[in-house]
Design a protein around this ligand. Structure first.
Ligand code: PGD
Length: 762
């Protein structure tokens, strides 16, 4: 048994055969059950490989990506070929033509973190076009700095679960608090306090209101409201309306700590546009009876109320509005900065909000400086590849997309995270060359020209930690490297050598020396700060883990509440901006100067619903982390006849003649996929749910818009930004129709390697 992260693994010398959670974790994640067998799974990339068509025709746009065979080769041949292509693109088109945005959650360790490695390497060779933001929080990342001066504070300095359990009387949870998402956090996680905190809150007599179309977004006793998906902001506005029109809002708080409430109130009460955002107005949008809204607002005004909004609510068109309106509502209640009251974002979205932060920086691999200033919002990747030079708006800037010739990807799977995969496939046909590093033949690897076999975290020494978790963990390799795979660090070292910049990339250190180098100065820094004295590197490595101190019992924005002059927010006014002059001055027609209701495109009251009458919630899976280890035992066990499960209400199934266990075709005008039906009365009627993360598996790989036979929901979602402000990912909601699949069942080949070929004759 070897310690691995905060769980232990038992191996047979080549692969993991059993996993055991950390002893102190009272509610361990079931997802670790996907790990056994993952090192030697048939979907591992055994050797470096180059797409046959690339070898035959050289670099250039092509429709063959995703529909070609691969030629395996030795590292000695592969590295000069790949380095030569990087050199060609830089010499002919400049470094801006390399897209190294390379988004993704791959790999837990601090040193072998794939994103850090690829960015450091690309910086060393002269830079690259990068991406900004992420798929989790595209809208929040941009709007909340304007509103409250920060976005990271919302998560890393959020009100602690212990404080909520002890002080909150009424938890009003937009999006619920889905336990499944608290299994994971970026960089690893050691304990899972959410379920216990909710239990303690209830035991004290606290109440929870879960606002979601899915009953299991909140486990255990709770009141549930199910507004029409996508209409939560209208419900929030109606709650605000009840507070304002009854004089239950905290005018002292609004005057002292916020700006622009009066402008917002003109809109809220209908003075600005003649439309009061009353409970009756909202009822016609949300379907929630006006009396229910009034009653909830009354209780919110009388209790210590915490309003939370999950990340999912901002992963939709106009996603900026939900967190902005949530914090506005909390400001009207006057509880921001008060223990147990105020606002929270992302409880139940991952295992970070509610957990105390480490009060000092963590060991981090320096990434160098990127000499290329060009960036894109991360979810604009297809737009960029398809439309070089095209103008676009982003956070007050008028920008133009760069002309990308080479895509270099490590540690992410765009066929998991991006929307409208048919469009993504067309976009990936445009560059001259696509390079992907991954341990597995993911769909992204199957669209690459150069496929670089990476080790997994189980095959290399590393250390892990994350900003909201007390444990710094030694992760010694549990098993030898699989086949001919290499650590990304080693691959980049070889490429850097070939390109004449090895010393700049490695600074003369081996991977083992880097671990010590990251750790020892950090130890000195932390010791000097005087809070704790970490052990020496050798002691740390021997003991396997070090418990850092964390700041516990936090209340979000408590310092600001205590003294807004001495602890102002980093907004232009120093206060919470219910009306943002900055955003208003951008002049966008899809994001005004204060939170407001915008009708979504993909929702049941729109015209599209006449053709596609079911609202599909495309949320995070509970059987794996995103698309990772989709072939693991826990993920596989959930599949229905080998397809990703889709849930729908019994009435909707009956109306279509569908039974539990049927394979169904889920479709709209963008694409289609097969999925396995699970009937569930915990869903609101006319709502279906299909998680992200089933590996894309086209029936006809030659057709970019081919049906996915395995159930990848992103063949259906729209590739459109949240708004001109943030251009965030909007993958959470999509309208579809569902019908029984009556043809012969096509085989699922998602987890098989591609075809291999002989080298083409020149
Ligand atoms: P993962 O499946 O985690 O998904 O998208 P993301 O791309 O992060 O991909 C990580 C990849 O890294 C895997 O292929 C894994 O094999 C690889 N990997 C692991 N270790 C290593 C390593 O050491 N080296 C290398 N080179 N690779 C490694 C997640 C994204 O999806 C996120 S964060 C969100 S929140 C979005 N959510 C939604 C949503 O709610 N709805 C829809 N429709 N779509 C979404 N997409 C987004």
């Amino acid at each position: 048994m070897a310690h691995y992260g905060r769980f232990s693994v038992e191996t047979d010398g080549t692969d993991v055969v059993a996993v055991r959670p950390a002893a102190e974790d009272g509610d361990p994640s079931p997802l670790i059950g996907n790990v056994p067998g993952s090192v030697t799974h048939p979907s591992r990339i055994r050797r470096p490989a180059v797409r046959r068509g690339w070898l035959e025709h050289g670099p250039g746009p092509t429709t063959l990506r995703g529909n070609d065979s691969y030629v395996e080769m030795d590292w000695d041949e592969f590295v000069p070929l790949l380095a030569g292509e990087l050199r060609r693109v830089i010499d002919r088109h400049g470094n801006e033509a390399i897209y190294g945005g390379s988004y993704g959650w791959g790999s837990a360790g601090r040193f072998h973190h794939a994103q850090s490695q690829v960015h450091r390497f690309l910086d060393t060779i002269g830079g690259y076009t990068r991406s900004v933001g992420n798929y989790s929080l595209g809208a929040t990342n941009v709007v909340m700095p304007h509103v409250m001066g920060s976005h990271w504070k919302l998560f890393s300095r959020s009100t602690s679960w212990d404080v909520i359990a002890e002080h909150t009387d009424l938890l009003v949870a937009f999006g619920g608090v889905p336990i499944k998402n608290t299994f994971v956090n970026h960089g690893g996680t050691s304990h899972h306090p959410t379920r216990d905190a909710l239990h303690r809150l209830r035991a004290r007599g606290g109440r929870i209101v879960s606002i979601s179309p899915l009953a299991d977004d909140l486990e255990g006793p709770a009141e549930r409201l199910a507004p029409l998906p996508g209409s939560d902001v209208a419900l929030m506005l109606a709650l605000a309306y009840v507070l304002a029109s009854n004089g239950w809002h905290d005018t002292d708080f609004l005057a002292r700590y916020t700006v622009g409430y009066d402008r917002f109130e003109d809109y809220l009460l209908g003075r600005a546009d003649g439309v009061p955002k009353s409970p009756e107005w909202a009822e016609a949008i949300t379907g929630i009876p006006a009396s229910v809204t009034e009653d909830l607002a009354r209780r919110m005004a009388r209790s210590t109320t915490m309003i939370t909004v999950t990340f999912s609510l901002q992963r939709t068109r106009h996603g900026e509005q939900a967190p902005w309106m949530g914090i506005t509502l909390a400001a009207m209640l006057g509880g921001i900065g008060v223990p147990g009251a105020g606002f929270g974002h992302g409880y139940g979205s991952m295992n970070e909000p509610g957990i105390g932060p480490v009060p000092y920086p963590l060991p981090t691999l320096p990434q160098g400086t990127n000499p290329v200033p060009t960036s894109i919002p991360v979810a604009a990747v297809s737009d960029m590849l398809l439309n070089p030079g095209a103008p676009y708006d982003y956070d007050g800037e008028q920008r133009a997309f760069p002309d990308i010739r080479l895509v270099h990807w490590a540690g992410g799977n765009p066929f998991h995270h991006h929307q409208d995969l048919g469009r993504l496939r067309e976009a990936l046909g445009r560059p001259d060359t696509v390079i992907v590093h991954d341990p597995y033949w993911t769909p992204m690897a199957k669209h690459a020209d150069f496929v670089v076999p990476s080790t997994t975290s189980l095959e290399r020494d590393d250390l892990s930690c994350t900003r909201n978790d007390p444990w710094l963990v030694a992760m010694p390799a549990a098993v030898p490297r699989f086949a001919d795979s290499r650590d990304d660090y080693e691959t980049f070292t070889l490429l850097a050598r070939e390109l004449g910049v090895e010393q700049e990339f490695t600074e003369g250190r081996t991977a083992a020396e880097w671990l010590r180098h990251l750790y020892e100065p950090w130890r000195g820094f932390v010791s000097a700060a005087g809070r704790v004295t970490p052990p020496t590197f050798d002691e740390f490595w021997r003991d396997g883990a070090f418990r850092m101190d964390t700041e516990d019992d936090l209340t979000l924005l408590e310092d600001f509440r205590n003294d807004p002059e001495r602890a102002p927010l980093r907004t232009p006014s120093g206060r919470l901006e219910i009306f943002s002059e900055t955003i208003a001055d951008f002049g966008y027609d899809d994001c005004a100067g204060h939170p407001r209701w915008y009708e979504p495109r993909e929702w049941l009251r729109g015209e599209r619903a006449e053709r596609f009458p079911l609202h599909l919630v495309a949320n995070q899976p509970k059987t794996r982390l995103h698309s990772q280890l989709d072939h693991g035992a826990v993920s596989r066990a959930s599949k229905v006849r080998g397809r990703e499960p889709i849930r729908m209400h019994p009435d909707d199934a009956r109306a279509r003649g569908l039974d539990d266990g049927d394979v169904v075709r889920v479709f709209n005008d963008r694409g289609a996929c097969l999925a396995g039906l699970r009937i569930d009365d915990g869903l609101t009627p006319r709502v279906a749910q299909l998680s992200t993360g089933a590996w894309y598996d086209p029936l006809d790989p030659a057709d970019p818009r081919s049906m996915c036979v395995h159930g990848n929901v992103n063949v259906l979602t729209e590739d459109r930004g949240t708004s001109s402000l943030a251009q965030g990912c909007t993958g959470q909601h999509v309208l579809v129709e569902i019908e029984k699949w009556t043809d012969a069942l096509p085989p699922v080949r998602a987890h098989r390697p591609p075809a291999f070929a002989e080298r083409p004759q020149k």
